[in-house]
Design a protein around this ligand. Structure first.
Ligand code: PMP
Length: 750
């Protein structure tokens, strides 16, 4: 029988160089010094080269029949993938000292071999673990990303004739007679014939470059086996129907569950990233059973011609017949319906995004390139409709944890009892004001309740104007203080094209610049005097979040505050980000700077997500304001908000969440630093307010945030250049969450 070339290649065993020879070739050819450790290879001889610096490289010495065109093909494909989707875990090609992707060596018999090197990819081989649905979906999604990255790639070698191309079943068909068991042979032959008949329909489907061999032996997973961390072996790539790739992974991922369950999860994960077309679903069914029939046939051929080689295929091929039977028993219609339903559950998210665009407009930003659809939260975790769990390292509002039962119960109880406003006497708002002011310096003793941080800053500015008789304000360059018209004017963050700096606003340079704070304050004060506004207030976020969570020299804030007070202005501490224990060392951000403001503004974490805000002031300042202005906020300080804020404060205090922010925050920063990655720069912040400088631009930082999202951890980006990672989890974040976080971040770095 005329065998295809690759079957001939399968017959030859790998080269047999010694480990010493491999180590010296790694040094001479690739400039990589280290010890060589042999690894398994079906056709190539592989060594892992461990360098003294701790990095690992795979040295591959190819069998004599291997085609240099195929090596060039793989090199170009890997380079293309790395460019299209830099965080996809594919091996990076190591070049020789003279810059080539490979070179040739000869063995002692004078036979030439191609030698090449790839970066070693860490992880456990997936076929050694029982894959969970989460891992299966991640594998499907990773495969889809690989397909997307390969979609616009081509190379002449993509037409290579390989035996594992399902379309070559026609040529392999005669080998099925080598299957010994009669029943199995009949089953396999029926599937082979069925597939040959289906091929014309296959040829009408989307074609592109496919990996064609992404079975669990070619995928690496993390220690927790929740995500794919490596994709291996690009030697079987071909230009073919896209569904071939889904079929290989779906067919060859097997374990304790019924075979169709594996396929379903993989299809759902795949479809969420790259939706399958209608006609591809039935084709997928056909390709899955055909892949099983193909492996059984190749196995029979090998057992006949190369019993040693057959051993390696043995275990998998034994599963082929039962898997085919399971699929056939369920029937194509039912399996297709099951695949479609699983994909539709995922597609529900895409549909919701589309409805959201229509209902809310396209301008309102959604976080992440792949939006996150959430239905539930618990503690520091958030859950998608399909149960996918995300570690929340971003949201500071649910400071005592998502879905906090105590806060929820307090809100529900109060809502069904009474919800009025502060014009009636009610116990809880008074009790809350007393408890809140007890956490503040004694001067800050009187509260004005509103519904958000923006409203609090708006009210603070009104108070400052009434009290001082002046209208000017000093804020940080790139400050963000909220959404009302005047507060937006106090927020240079929006940028000069959106919101030109108003004449009543002056800015101070970030404390991490060389600018002298006293001089900067004096210049701002002088400018406000000159424009006739004078200084009503200095407004500062003690966490300097929108500046990029920068380091603030001791005394910086006090120096600026001193100048402003000398000029007759009030000092307003915006504690929307830094208040309520987040900073760890102190309950309030201003205290970390040794300053006591005249007014503080509160919001976000105050009631764990229930909209509540406040201004806390020195009594005479608030009295001066309320005696002149009849201030009434309909919802501000209502009994439900008061109950929510009280329950939140109870939780913060009884669970010592400030102390937790202190210790966990320190560990978090230390472990991020420990990653020692060239893309990560300074790790800054205090408590559970953490900023990580990215050595690169905003796009790189966003790319990392998108990758961590894919790795099921939510973070954001910040700073004037957008290149700071913003990490600001709910306060019950513990050391066990730091571990999950750091692993996900590690896996998300380029
Ligand atoms: N001040 C600061 C420092 C903030 O970060 C924010 C919100 N990001 C606000 C005020 C405004 O708060 P809100 O969106 O609740 O109005």
């Amino acid at each position: 029988m005329d065998q295809p070339l690759s079957l001939v290649a399968l017959e030859t065993s790998p080269p047999s160089f010694s480990a010493e020879a491999a180590a010296s070739m790694a040094q001479e050819i690739f400039g990589i010094g280290g010890t060589a450790h042999p690894l398994y290879g079906e056709r190539d001889q592989n060594f892992r080269i461990k360098t003294a610096a701790g990095s690992n490289i795979i040295l591959k010495i190819l069998g004599p029949n291997e085609d240099p065109g195929s090596v060039e093909f793989q090199t170009e494909a890997l380079t293309h993938i790395a460019m299209m989707d830099p965080s996809l875990p594919v091996p990076r090609v190591r070049r020789t000292v003279s810059g080539e992707a490979y070179t040739r060596i000869t063995d002692e018999r004078g036979i030439p071999h191609i030698i090449r090197a790839l970066d070693f990819q860490p992880g456990l081989v997936m076929d050694g673990v029982e894959p969970s649905p989460v891992l299966l979906r991640h594998a499907g999604g990773t495969l889809a990303r690989l397909n997307l990255a390969l979609a616009n790639f081509f190379h002449p070698a993509a037409g290579q004739r390989i035996v594992w191309d399902l379309r070559r079943i026609v040529d392999l068909r005669p080998s099925s007679k080598l299957i010994e068991d009669v029943e199995t042979r009949k089953l396999i032959e029926a599937v082979l014939d069925r597939f040959i008949a289906f091929l014309p329909q296959m040829s009408r489907l989307r074609h592109q470059m496919v990996h064609n061999d992404l079975h669990p032996g070619n995928m690496l997973v993390d220690d927790a086996a929740t995500q794919v961390t490596g994709l291996l072996d690009f030697g079987d790539m071909i230009h073919a129907p896209l569904v071939f790739d889904v079929a290989v992974t779906a067919a060859e991922t097997v374990g304790d569950m019924p075979p169709i369950e594996y396929g379903t999860e993989i299809v759902a994960g795949y479809d969420a990233v790259m939706p399958l077309q209608e006609a591809e679903f039935p084709a997928l069914f056909e390709a899955i059973i055909a892949r099983h029939a193909l492996s059984a046939t190749i196995h029979a051929w090998r057992r006949h011609n190369d019993p040693a080689g057959a051993e390696k295929l043995g275990a998998l091929s034994a599963l082929s017949a039962p898997a085919i039977e399971a699929y056939l028993r369920a029937g194509r219609d039912e399996v297709v319906a099951k695949f479609r339903a699983a994909a539709a559950a995922k597609a529900g998210t895409a549909n919701l995004a589309e409805r959201r665009f229509h209902a809310l407009g396209r301008g309102l930003e959604l976080s992440y390139a792949e939006p996150v659809h959430l239905v539930r939260g618990e503690g520091v975790f958030l859950y998608a409709p399909d149960g996918t769990r995300y570690l929340d390292a971003y949201n500071n509002v649910p400071s005592v944890g998502h879905g906090n039962r105590k806060v929820a119960a307090a809100i529900a109880r109060q809502m069904e009892t009474l919800c009025t406003n502060t014009r009636y006497l009610h116990e809880s708002i008074v009790e809350y004001a007393e408890r809140l002011t007890a956490t503040l310096p004694k001067e800050l003793d009187t509260c004005l309740f509103v519904n958000s941080g923006s409203e609090a800053n708006d009210a603070a500015y009104r108070i400052a104007k009434i009290v001082t008789g002046k209208t000017g304000a000093i804020v940080m360059e790139h400050a963000y203080h909220g959404v009302t018209d005047v507060v937006a004017a106090l927020s240079p963050y929006y940028g000069p094209f959106v919101q030109p700096l108003a004449p009543f606003v002056q800015t101070l340079p970030s404390p991490d610049t060389d600018a002298d704070p006293v001089e900067a304050a004096r210049r701002a004060i002088a400018a406000l005097r000159e424009s006739g506004h004078g200084v009503a207030m200095l407004l500062i976020d003690s966490a300097f979040v929108s500046n990029g969570i920068v380091n603030v020299p001791q005394g910086w804030f006090a120096a600026v505050a001193g100048e402003v007070r000398k000029a007759g202005g009030l000092v307003v501490g915006d504690e929307v980000q830094s208040g309520f224990g987040r900073m760890g060392d102190e309950f309030w951000g201003f205290a970390t700077h040794g300053v006591v403001p005249d007014l503080v503004t509160l919001g976000k974490p105050m009631a764990n997500g229930h909209p509540t805000g406040a201004v806390v002031a020195r009594r005479e300042l608030l009295d001066a304001f309320t005696s002149r202005i009849e201030f009434f906020s309909t919802f501000g300080g209502n009994p439900v908000s008061a109950a929510a804020a009280l329950a939140t404060l109870d939780e913060l205090q009884s669970r010592n969440l400030q102390d937790n922010a202190h210790t966990t925050g320190a560990k978090l920063r230390e472990e991020i630093r420990g990653l020692n990655h060239p893309v990560l720069g300074e790790v800054r912040g205090s408590g559970l307010m953490v900023g990580v400088q990215v050595n690169g631009n905003a796009a790189l930082a966003k790319g990392i945030a998108n990758a961590t999202r894919r790795n099921r951890v939510l973070i954001g980006t910040e700073g004037p250049a957008g290149n700071v990672l913003k990490i600001r989890p709910p306060l019950p974040f513990g050391p066990e969450h730091v571990e999950i976080f750091v692993e996900a971040l590690r896996a998300s770095l380029p």
